[in-house]
Design a protein around this ligand. Structure first.
Ligand code: ZN
Length: 236
């Protein structure tokens, strides 16, 4: 059996047998993996906390060479996101985010950027009192960018002009200037501040992704753009 050490976060837990669990863990280098945790539901198990939903830690795993299933030997816990577990609204939002993360990840791929985005998002939801629509919209746009599906946000998708980009075209995947937008029925007018928020959510330093605020009116526009564009790119 091969022994390996990896950071990881539990993104799903299922009960099996009387005391065991099957887990789904997101790791930076192994991708999304399935792990069994024998006896993890016994009250005195050292794995009790380490195998709960959202536990992030450094895990020691065994890999069974015959069936490629990992089993958890031990874990140094780094973070358990306690504030999320005790707040129903936060937990609902995190479940929504986690469902998306589950969908876009697979085994054996480099998931570093997605894991970093997921952890940043959990941290913001757990520790900060930010508008939840702003957080989820930012998350969606950034995830699309990581997956190589970002819209064109630098210039008008039709004429290349860099000024007066006050229209988001779903039909043509990006911003349009006021002249070119006149003929476009597949998009919406947006405020300057909404345009800036979309650009920032795609281009900013990952560590500062959530360190911006915009007015409520702009959050509403940002949410419409993010939800619709996300649906078009990932759910159709
Ligand atoms: Zn144009």
């Amino acid at each position: 059996m091969a022994i390996l050490k990896t950071k990881g976060i539990i993104i799903a837990e299922n009960f099996v047998n009387d005391y065991d669990k099957m887990l789904v863990m997101l790791t930076p280098n192994l991708g999304k993996i399935s792990c069994s945790a024998k006896g993890a539901r016994k009250t005195k198990s050292p794995l009790l906390a380490a195998t709960q939903f959202l536990c992030f830690g450094e895990y020691i795993l065994y890999k069974n060479p015959t069936n490629d299933v990992y089993s958890i030997n031990s874990c140094d816990i780094i973070e358990v996101f306690y504030n999320i577990r005790i707040d129903l609204e936060k937990l609902e939002k995190v479940s929504e985010v986690t469902k998306i993360i589950q969908k876009v990840t697979t085994e054996n791929e480099d998931n570093y950027k997605i894991l970093q985005l997921y952890l940043n998002t959990l941290y913001v939801i757990s520790e900060k009192d930010k508008n939840m629509d702003l957080v989820i919209s930012t998350f969606k746009m950034r995830l699309l960018a990581i997956l190589g599906l970002a819209p064109n946000i630098i210039e008008c998708v039709e004429c290349g002009k860099k000024e007066e980009l006050n229209f988001f075209s779903f039909k043509n995947n990006g911003f349009k200037c006021s002249d070119c937008s006149k003929q476009d029925k597949g998009g919406m007018n947006i405020l300057e501040v909404t345009k800036n928020a979309i650009q920032y959510s795609i281009c900013s330093n990952p560590k500062k992704l959530y360190s911006f605020e915009i007015p409520l009116e702009a959050i509403k526009e940002f949410k419409i753009v993010a939800d619709l564009y996300f649906k078009l790119k990932l759910e159709s």
